[in-house]
Write a protein that binds this ligand. Structure first.
Ligand code: ADP
Length: 216
């Protein structure tokens, strides 16, 4: 199986994270990448935040259903879900040499609770480091779409707390993602999320192939 190929012991299996505002196409692309990897003989783990564990799914439900909570409470709920997710799911899978694909990770917290809600970015970065036990993505793929495009893709009948936020919140989060990507060219791939699903999937696959070949 390609997932257990012998590798340099200093070389951990990659963690590939998809980021972007709601409706940017993350779950669509992560599923396509997962299926492509399976076809190529890998054994990827597909997971998401907040969630990925029973505790995390419960926290995700609270986050989607309790409006008007304080930004700090929101931050620590995400952090609790992430701590559990990294410890119980992500790190064990990486230790087994599996490629981990995660729909949202630490950058989501900086974009939404930091740039979106105005919490201090350095404080969030510290909370993120603790919750993720220092684990950082090998690659963060940012699907960048205008807020209006993302909103037009949404099913407006069943909006959760975040999806009911005004477009200004999503606009700030989008700008936050762009700022983070500009600060870290090497670790981020920015893709125009208004392209077709197929074009985006091709760009993603090209970059993930180089990552797997060790030429990222
Ligand atoms: P996210 O996970 O970022 O919220 P989704 O992958 O669920 O986004 O996509 C939201 C909606 O937009 C879905 O109905 C999906 O089929 C559609 N969609 C995803 N990618 C594209 C694209 N590149 N072009 C047009 N529609 C898209």
């Amino acid at each position: 199986c390609a997932c257990y190929r012998s590798r340099d012991t200093s070389d951990m299996a990659p963690l590939v994270v998809f980021e972007g505002i709601d409706g940017s196409g993350k779950s669509t692309q992560i599923q396509i990448l997962h299926d492509t990897l399976v076809q190529k003989g890998y054994n990827p783990l597909l997971t998401r935040e907040p969630g990925g564990t029973p505790l995390g799914e419960t926290v995700a439900h609270w986050l989607k259903t309790y409006p008007n909570r304080s930004p700090l409470a929101e931050l620590f709920l995400f952090a609790a879900a992430r701590a559990e997710h990294v410890a119980q799911v992500i790190q064990p899978a990486l230790d087994q040499g599996r490629i981990v694909l995660c729909d949202r990770f630490t950058a989501s917290t900086l974009a939404h609770q930091g740039y979106g809600r105005g919490l201090d970015l350095e404080m969030i970065a510290q909370v993120n480091r603790h919750a993720a036990q220092g684990l950082q993505p090998s690659l963060t793929i940012f699907l960048d779409v205008p807020v209006a495009t993302a909103d037009s893709r949404k099913d407006t009948d069943s909006l959760d707390v975040f999806e009911r936020e005004g477009s200004e919140f999503r606009q700030k989060a989008r700008q936050g993602y762009s700022a983070m990507a500009a600060d870290d060219h090497g670790g981020w791939l920015v893709i125009d999320g208004s392209l077709s699903k197929e074009s985006i999937a091709r760009i993603v696959w090209e970059r993930v192939q180089s990552l797997l070949a060790g030429a990222s």
